[in-house]
Write a protein that binds this ligand. Structure first.
Ligand code: TYM
Length: 344
């Protein structure tokens, strides 16, 4: 990858992130993304939050379900506490500028850069030649999502770090190739939240993920209280008691994961959690975690269900968001077209 020069961008701060419209959200999405977005809403910069439906179709999505999946993510944004008056919430496909800038970035990004993307390797698995071309250029569209708003900060879970580094490389190469220093910002990845990588409840070495075949591995945002409690009770752990310090948890991946989840849900540090539970085993810790998880998630899931039943309200938010987003993104793409030298 290219060395990124010192940023010389002088535009306003903007926060941006997206979640794919590909079904079932889980606790990893909630702690790594949604909960953080609500905290950043008061950070003094406008937030652009979208439902990544263009990204979703890089793998097959049933056409009759896609719009409902988009509404479900929008409902999750709202239910987590995002205020559509302060944050711009919209479907990616409703703002044409994303796709237009993505094509131009396809001609800026280098094959060698994309060849290094680990998420493509994971998602395409053994069948690389049968994957969609979209899955391969996925991170280029992601760079367009971010830079079409000249976003300066991008909060995500840790798994998006490599894509955010690629975004900076694309921004730097565009600015450099077209002699437009400081045109695009080099966005700051905000991947250091309290739970940037929530792990599977069945395997402390695997990320909590919607593609895990075991439903026991994750807490879904649609799970009811009994299901959440049962999943926490059955979560894989070890027979040892909890220690006093984080360092002493070395080598105990499952224990670390549950302590991290407890800390993130209760807005405490991991050391505070250990101070409370030191000397106790998982027989005592798990019921408390189950209680906390149910109490934290129940209002969110209930509000999601209420909103999903009020389609008109969600559609109003998404339409209004798309309009406000286009008003920012369209002029940026127009300017880019001028910089590239297109007839206008
Ligand atoms: P997606 O839909 O896979 O995930 C949405 C968000 O949830 C975070 N996340 C996690 N965080 C902690 N622990 C986990 N186990 C976990 N699993 C998922 C993700 O890091 C993400 O923040 N490519 C993105 C969507 C996207 C995007 C963008 C994000 C498209 N364009 C532009 C930021 C900026 C994705 O697939 O997220």
């Amino acid at each position: 990858m290219t060395d990124t020069p010192a940023p010389s961008y002088s535009g306003p701060r903007r926060i941006l992130s997206g979640i794919q419209a590909s079904g079932a959200l889980h606790l990893g999405n909630y702690l790594g993304a949604l909960k953080r977005f609500t905290q950043l809403q008061d950070a003094g910069a406008p937030c652009f939050l979208f439902v990544a439906d263009l990204h979703a179709i890089t793998v097959w999505q049933e056409p009759e379900k896609l719009a409902a999946q988009t509404r479900e993510i929008a409902a999750a944004y709202l239910a987590s506490g995002l205020d559509p008056a302060r944050s711009v919430i919209f479907p990616q496909s409703a703002v044409r500028a994303h796709s237009e800038l993505a094509w131009i970035f396809n001609c800026v990004a280098r094959l060698g850069w994309l060849d290094r993307m680990t998420q493509f390797k994971e998602k395409s698995g053994k069948h690389k030649e049968r994957s969609s071309v979209g899955l391969y250029t996925y991170p280029v569209l992601q760079a367009a999502d971010i830079l079409v708003y000249k976003a300066t900060e991008v909060p995500t879970g840790e798994d998006q770090k490599q894509h955010l580094e690629l975004t900076r490389d694309i921004a730097a190469k565009f600015n450099n190739d077209f002699g437009a220093p400081g045109f695009f910002p080099l966005p700051e990845p905000l991947t250091q939240g309290p739970a940037p990588r929530v792990m599977s409840l069945r395997d402390g070495a695997a990320k909590m993920s919607k593609s895990d075949p075991s439903d026991q591995s994750r807490i879904n945002l649609t799970d009811d209280a009994d299901t959440i409690a049962a999943k926490v009770r059955k979560a894989r752990t070890d027979p040892d008691a909890l220690p006093e310090t984080w360092d002493e948890l070395e080598g105990r991946a499952e224990a670390k994961n549950l302590v991290t989840i407890y800390a993130a849900l209760s807005d405490q540090s991991r050391d505070q959690v250990l101070a409370e539970f030191a000397g106790q085993g998982f027989g005592a810790f798990k019921p408390r975690l189950a209680e906390l998880a149910v109490a934290s998630m129940a209002p969110v899931t209930a509000e999601m269900r209420r909103l999903m039943a009020d389609r008109a309200e969600i559609d109003r938010v998404l339409r209004d968001g798309a309009e406000r987003a286009s008003a920012v993104a369209d002029p940026v793409v127009d300017e880019v077209k001028g910089i590239v030298g297109f007839w206008r």
